[in-house]
Design a protein around this ligand. Sequence first.
Ligand SMILES: Cc1cc2nc3c(=O)[nH]c(=O)nc-3n(C[C@H](O)[C@H](O)[C@H](O)COP(=O)(O)OP(=O)(O)OC[C@H]3O[C@@H](n4cnc5c(N)ncnc54)[C@H](O)[C@@H]3O)c2cc1C
Ligand code: SF4
Length: 493
Amino acid sequence: MGEHGRRWLFADQLGEHFLDSGDQPVLLVEARSALRRRRYHRQKAHLVLSALRHRAAELGERALFLRTATFAEALGRAGGPVTVCGPTSHAADAFVRSRPEVTVLPSRGFTSTAEEFSTWAGSRGGHRLLMEDFYRDARRRLDVLMDGDDPAGGRWNLDAENREPPPPGGLDVPGPWTAEEDEIDERVRHDLDRWERDGEVSFVGRDGPRTFPATAAEARDALRSFVGERLPAFGPHQDAMLADDPFMAHSMLSPAVNLGLLDPMTCVRAAEAAYRAGHAPLASVEGYVRQLIGWRDYIWHLYWYFGEDYRDLNRLSARVAPPAWFEELDADAVEARCLSWALAQVRDTGFTHHIIRLMVLGNFALQRGYDPARLTEWFHRCFVDGYDWVMVPNVVGMSQHADGGMLATKPYAAGGAYINRMSDFCGSCRYRPSRRTGEDACPFTAGYWWFFARNQEWLAANPRTARGVYGMRRLDDLDEVCAQEAARGDAPP
Ligand SMILES: Cc1cc2nc3c(=O)[nH]c(=O)nc-3n(C[C@H](O)[C@H](O)[C@H](O)COP(=O)(O)OP(=O)(O)OC[C@H]3O[C@@H](n4cnc5c(N)ncnc54)[C@H](O)[C@@H]3O)c2cc1C
Ligand code: SF4
């Protein structure tokens, strides 16, 4: 078995790239404590258990697969030394490092190592750690979309071409890959039903057929289908939202990549090959590659770099507890069409694409002053691709600006005009995106100014939001807007 024993694979380390050889013995643990800890979305619990059990079935006798109450119990039963690749949360990292029988190796499943990130961060000489700089460094280091020393096509960033509103009539792309359930899924469903009936665990959201990959083979199929059929259309409408097309040309691969079923570099190389073969335009391929070797790794490294206390930052002093209708994904209680649609998507699938997370759900929470730590917890529980490392920086930093600008240069707050431009939600909404007072005042438009009014000192000091404060001070009905939104309280809009 080797001097360090088995390789313990956490449930988000399931691919071959977490092993050193094709015959390495493995330890897999299904710990009930992990499910009891939070009220997860039902489909998230299903996906993680299904993936773990599929991996155990694939490995057969090579894997010691233990179902226990806790991880500590499993280590006791494994009864020998194990190695583990660096886990993905502060809590799991502290746990494995506290166990004498566990040797902790460097993390895997990302495109830059911790050393590469610290070398890059050190080279900034105390300046801001900008995603764009990190991304360019990664492009060079990994030799992705490079023509010699220059970026392919002569430009590093094609974002300007990737912010188109939705095309009239929608995107003409085939739907995403979806899974076919098997007897392992049937067993998982049976177990989850039983545990829920016995009161052992409880879930949020609705059950539904598994749509995301649970094995590496399924994940490779999903990647092939995305690169072959949807990647060409990915770029231009990346930020658009359409009521009849919840997934547009997004890859929907984050659940598979975060479970460790797909190595992100495999996705990047496949996308680059499509560009080199003339099957996909540079704007789409650059847009996709930027998300993976740029945003995803940047978020991962900042999670560790900012440390444990980052999750509790609350620089805008947002203290409102998300109301029950929001926590419980009660889309039917909400009349605001964009928000109701977004909550229904989460309720029914445990997933929405990025711009819905940022500009509908996150934007609403920011405007209403939801407590960032509670909101992080909500996103973590409700999204099938949510893990501590990815939720904390995305929610606390990117979405809620609770870090005061360590990650993003300005808060992502926007009114109804933005949502109207980038979606087709407003046409049949009972509110009007241009109205900020009265019966049909859009809660996003009014909420935007209310947010500015509450945080004006802070926002005036930021050159990127100072103009908004200036605009707010010229509104002659600001007091009315603020009184109206304060009176709305935590009622569903
Ligand atoms: C409030 C909020 C919460 C989020 N929570 C999560 C989360 O729990 N898990 C998660 O993986 N992503 C999260 N994201 C980032 C992003 O929204 C999702 O990665 C993306 O929507 C997944 O869908 P996709 O695979 O179709 O992505 P695509 O649009 O196809 O993008 C390609 C890939 O890039 C990666 N990526 C892009 N942006 C980010 C980012 N900001 N952080 C990390 N990876 C990124 C993902 O792996 C994704 O699969 C969050 C963003 C926000 C604003
Ligand atoms: S009018 Fe306002 S609430 Fe209604 S869909 Fe548009 S942005 Fe959303």
